[in-house]
Design a protein around this ligand. Structure first.
Ligand code: S3P
Length: 172
């Protein structure tokens, strides 16, 4: 189990990418950012994928990528916030990996995503209301993940260290 993938799930702005990079560095593992990989493979941004092909197309690409990544080992994977919407994704990842959900308070999330221009689901007038709405709808999916780390008030380094402790328990 020491070679299991570590998969970071959680809402937009919970720090999956920053924490994932730090974790990969600490554990001498390779880091995969699913959104960045999808953009690279599609040759276009997530915003353009949503605009030109629609959200269902993006979700299908995500699910295919989950299947591929689940077959590899020893990676730290930062997922997109909507990965939980298809339960098959979490099931696939859990077969070969340790899935952790990062949690952050709604106020902190709103602060972090306020300047973001690359999140098509947040391109609405009242961004704060949109975040609250999506968080409410998705809460059951995030809550269903067994391992949770509350990042409130913690540095990226602190969060990475917390995940390492949890992972060591899982792997031993
Ligand atoms: C999404 C989150 C984004 C990205 C896409 C959809 C979501 O990733 O995958 O815009 O549905 O929550 P981040 O969580 O990295 O922002």
């Amino acid at each position: 189990m020491k070679t299991a993938n570590i998969i970071l799930a959680g809402f937009m702005g919970t720090g999956k990418t920053a924490v994932g990079k730090k974790l990969a560095e600490k554990l001498y593992r390779s880091f995969v950012d699913m959104d960045a990989l999808i953009e690279e493979q599609a040759g276009k941004s997530i915003t353009r994928i949503f605009a030109e092909h629609g959200e269902p197309h993006f979700r299908a690409i995500e699910t295919n990528l989950v299947e591929k990544l689940s077959q590899q080992q020893e990676q730290v994977i930062a997922t997109g916030g909507g990965i939980v919407l298809n339960p098959e994704n979490i099931r696939n990842f859990s077969r070969t990996g340790f899935v952790v959900c990062l949690k952050t308070s709604p106020d902190e999330i709103i602060r972090r995503v306020s300047g973001s221009r690359h999140r098509p689901l947040l391109e609405q007038k009242d961004r704060s209301a949109r975040v609250h709405d999506l968080l409410t709808k998705r809460k059951p999916y995030y809550d269903a993940i067994q391992n949770q780390v509350d990042t409130t008030g913690l540095s990226v380094d602190d969060v990475a260290n917390k995940i390492i402790v949890l992972f060591q328990k899982y792997a031993n």
